[in-house]
Each structure stands twice: as structure tokens, then as C-alpha cells.
Write a protein that binds this ligand. Structure first.
Ligand SMILES: CC(C)(COP(=O)(O)OP(=O)(O)OC[C@H]1O[C@@H](n2cnc3c(N)ncnc32)[C@H](O)[C@@H]1OP(=O)(O)O)[C@@H](O)C(=O)NCCC(=O)NCCS
Length: 434
């Protein structure tokens, strides 16, 4: 069944289900907020719905109920390949069901047919300074497509609210189809010869991204597929997801919404942490003369970082309390393809040493590595050493999750978000002096 038909079926089922759920249980309490939470980044307050994935603090992410090992096993792969196709995770996120090989092939074809990027976008990107951060370029590239929004066109024509999801779906598919070409060109123009590489008709979405960056190794295609699957979604409260959702709730179109989310991903405490990990490792290696350090040298460097008031990038998490299964999946890939690589050995050594130090330091609630602690070293191995670019790859992947949810936001008619804020004065009057 084509994706859109499947989606229509799911939307009808879910709309009815949620309507009666809210009618019957609407007044049940699922969360309450404390003063500490109000000042503490709203951690743990359950007050938004995000259908595509759910994060368990101990077990990690589940995409529509499927864990990372499960999606790696169950999602369709290319012939002879071992890693899941990103098209498959998109199908799963959107419909809640596992796709067949045929379903996935149809998405590849659909995205190929929508992948032509307008000339204006190329012109705009070309004008941007080479030393502008790739995430800034990426955000501008996304915004340059906004005038083509079908949602805006339909909205201005006065289409009914019940149909909003349809034009959102079209925008999302158009946007996802074009992201690898835009990201690939940003890579070429920032670090290479500046020439655009055309996509290939026989390649899937992930492999084409690698191809348009200028890397045509089968093993790297596999890494790219895995990378794009692993980073796609991490429930709704993280900065990129929540921002896309919040901006979208004002009925800003998918281009505005995604660009906003990507600007959040560009923060060093969020998606930019993957480049920070590599920066930290390279800086450290320089100090120890490029050799693989001893545990003692590494411990000292980690303590130096902490004592100078900085965070250890790639470690800790706002929700997770165990090693991130996205880290583990990447470690498995490394063990298979590059077990003797020096940088991988160093990343492994950090994994042995850092959690203990973070525990002794006593601040981080989670001393274990997150996804960003491992992604850079894999890219480095295959020659993508320009670590400022890593977050753009993260962004191409994250777009799948946040945009799938945006379609559901429209399908469920979720309203504009408007939580209540309070002042310290209000707290004094209502909590302390009560
Ligand atoms: C991810 C992160 C932002 C979560 O923040 P959080 O929910 O506030 O984390 P915690 O509740 O554990 O923070 C409590 C304290 O521990 C510190 N802490 C958390 N992770 C730390 C780390 N990796 N290194 C040093 N200190 C850390 C926090 O800065 C905070 O310090 P403070 O009380 O002086 O403000 C945080 O762990 C971090 O900065 N990690 C490094 C960056 C990173 O890898 N980001 C990618 C996330 S996928």
C-alpha cells in the first residue's frame, strides 16, 4: 500500500481513538510540576504528546515500540547490506508499522522524484561564505525552500483544518527528498572543490547522501544508513524535536518549523556535541604528541576538563541513565569494520575511564556516553574529518522524526502550544508565603 494511503488509514483510526480517550480520561493527572522543575529545564514533566518514539531512561529509545537492536534487525536492507534503510524507519515512524521491502523501495522512488532542488537555493548557498558554520548554511538552505510550501498555498486558499495534514505531508516529503542534496553540496562547497555531485538513480536516500558528499564506498554507504536511522528521533522533549513541534504549533509550515529545530540542534549541549567530542579528542591527542595515551594521562585530561568548568562532551543525558543504545550500535559497527583503528581504541578507553570520573565528580546524573560520543570517530575513519559538518548529518536524520511527528500534529489537530510561565515573585507569593 502506498505510504499516503496507509497514513490515511492510520489517521482515521487514531483520531477516533484519541477523541474517546480524551473524552473519558481527559481529567486524569499524568504529571505535576515542582518549583525545582520550573527552574530546572522542565525535566520529567509529562505534558506533551509525541507519537513517533518514546525514551526509557534505562533501556533507551524505542521507535513506535521497537528498540534499536530490533529496528536494525527488522527493517529492510539493500541487497547484500546489513544496516537498515532510513526510508524504512521513516515508514515506521509515520505509520507505526514495519514496512515491507516494496514499501521502502517506493519511498526511495518517491523521494528521488521530489529531489530536484530549485536553482535559487543553489544560488543562495553559493553566496554564503565558506567559513560560515555548516549548520548555519543548512538552516538557510532549508529556509530558501520555504516559498515552495504547499501548506502555505493551501492555507491561503482557505483549505479546511481537517486537511492540514495533507499539504504538510507533501511539504515534508518534498523537504526530506531534498535534504541530502543540500547537505551534500554544503559539504562540497565548504571543504572540497565546490562542485555539486548529481544523485544516482540506483541509490537509496542514505547512499545518495554519501555519494553527493563525494564518498562512494559501500562500507560508508552502510554507515550512513545506520547513522541516519540512529539519529532520527528521540521522543519529543529534546531541543530540536520540541522546537520543531512548538514552531509548527503556530501553523508555521514545515520549512520554518524544521529550520527552527535545526537551529536548536546546532547548540553544543545538543547536536553540536558530536563535533565537540572530536574537537576534544584532537586537542588532547595534540597535547600528548599524537600517541595513544595511558589511562592515567586520559584521566588527568578528563579531570582537567571538569576542573576548568567544562563538560565532557558526549557524556551525560537529560533523560537516559545508562549507556545510550545508539552508542552501542555504533560501537558494534566499529568493532566489525575498524577494530584496530587508533581513534576507536581511544574512544573505547574513554568509555572505560570517563564514567568513573564523572561519578566521582558527582554532578552529572548520568555518567554514561550518549550517541555523540561515538559518531565522530566513525566518520573520521572514512575520511570525513571536517567535524563541523557532523551536526548537519545529524540534522538530515533528525528531520525524519520531527517531520513525521509534525504530520501527526496536524492530523490530530494539536493546538498552538502555550504553557503557563510564572515569575519568581509569583512563586514567593504562591508557594513560600502560602
Ligand atoms: C546532555 C546534558 C546537556 C544534559 O544536561 P542535564 O540534564 O542538565 O544533566 P544533569 O542533570 O546530569 O546535570 C547536572 C550537572 O551535571 C553536569 N554535567 C552533566 N553532564 C556532564 C558532563 N558530560 N560533563 C560534566 N558535567 C556534566 C551539568 O552541567 C550539571 O552541572 P551544574 O549543576 O553545575 O549545572 C549534559 O549531560 C551535558 O552537557 N553533556 C555533554 C554534552 C553532550 O554530550 N550533549 C549531547 C546530548 S545527546
Amino acid at each position: 500500500m502506498p505510504l499516503k494511503e496507509k497514513l490515511i488509514q492510520k489517521i482515521k483510526e487514531t483520531q477516533g481513538e484519541i477523541k474517546s480517550l480524551v473524552k473519558e480520561y481527559g481529567s486524569k493527572v499524568i504529571s505535576e510540576a515542582t518549583v525545582e522543575q520550573a527552574y530546572g529545564g522542565m525535566r520529567g514533566i509529562k505534558c506533551m504528546v509525541w507519537e513517533t518514539s518514546l525514551l526509557d531512561p534505562m533501556e533507551g529509545i524505542r521507535f513506535r515500540g521497537y528498540s534499536i537492536p530490533e529496528v536494525r534487525e527488522k527493517l529492510p536492507k539493500v541487497k547484500g547490506g546489513e544496516e537498515p534503510l532510513p526510508e524504512g524507519i521513516f515508514w515506521l515512524l509515520l505509520t507505526g508499522e514495519l514496512p515491507t521491502k516494496k514499501d521502502v523501495k517506493e519511498i526511495t522512488k518517491d523521494w528521488q522524484s521530489r529531489s530536484e532542488v530549485p536553482n535559487d537555493t543553489w544560488k543562495i548557498l553559493k553566496l554564503l561564505p565558506r567559513d560560515m558554520h555548516p549548520m548555519t548554511q543548512f538552516s538557510i538552505g532549508i529556509m530558501s525552500l520555504q516559498p515552495y510550501s504547499i501548506f502555505v498555498k493551501k492555507y491561503n486558499e482557505g483549505v479546511s483544518k481537517a486537511e492540514f495534514w495533507d499539504s504538510t505531508y507533501e511539504d515534508v516529503m518534498n523537504l526530506l527528498a531534498k535534504l541530502p542534496a543540500i547537505a551534500g553540496y554544503i559539504y562540497r562547497k565548504t571543504y572540497k572543490d565546490g562542485k555539486r555531485i548529481r544523485p544516482k538513480k540506483n541509490l537509496d536516500w542514505g547512499a545518495n547522501f554519501a555519494h553527493m558528499m563525494g564518498i562512494d564506498e559501500l562500507e560508508y554507504y552502510e554507515l550512513m544508513r545506520l547513522y541516519l536511522v540512529l539519529h532520527c528521533d528521540h521522543e519529543g522533549g529534546n531541543v530540536s524535536a520540541h522546537t520543531t513541534h512548538l514552531v509548527g504549533s503556530a501553523l508555521s509550515d514545515p520549512y520554518y518549523s524544521l529550520a527552527a529545530g535545526m537551529n536548536g540542534l546546532a547548540g553544543p549541549l545538543h547536536g553540536l556535541a558530536n563535533q565537540e567530542v572530536l574537537r576534544w579528542i584532537q586537542g588532547f591527542l595534540e597535547k600528548v604528541g599524537g600517541k595513544i595515551p595511558s589511562s592515567e594521562e586520559l584521566s588527568k585530561a578528563l579531570w582537567d576538563t571538569l576542573n576548568s568548568g567544562q563538560v565532557i562532551p558526549g557524556y551525560g543525558h537529560a533523560v537516559l541513565r545508562k549507556t545510550d543504545p545508539r552508542y552501542t550500535a555504533q560501537r558494534e559497527f566499529a568493532l566489525k569494520h575498524m577494530p584496530n583503528d587508533d581513534l576507536f581504541k581511544l574512544v573505547s578507553l574513554i568509555y572505560e575511564v570517563a564514567p568513573d570520573i564523572l561519578m566521582k565528580h558527582g554532578k552529572a546524573k548520568n555518567p554514561w556516553p550518549n550517541v555523540d560520543a561515538h559518531s565522530g570517530v566513525l566518520q573520521w575513519y572514512y575520511g570525513v574529518k571536517e567535524y563541523d559538518f557532523y551536526t548537519v548529518m545529524f540534522g538530515v536524520s533528525r528531520a525524519m522524526g520531527v517531520l513525521a511527528q509534525l504530520i501527526w500534529d496536524r492530523a490530530l489537530g494539536l493546538p498552538i502550544e502555550r504553557p503557563k510561565s510564572i515569575t519568581t515573585e509569583w512563586i514567593k507569593q504562591n508557594v513560600i508565603n502560602k
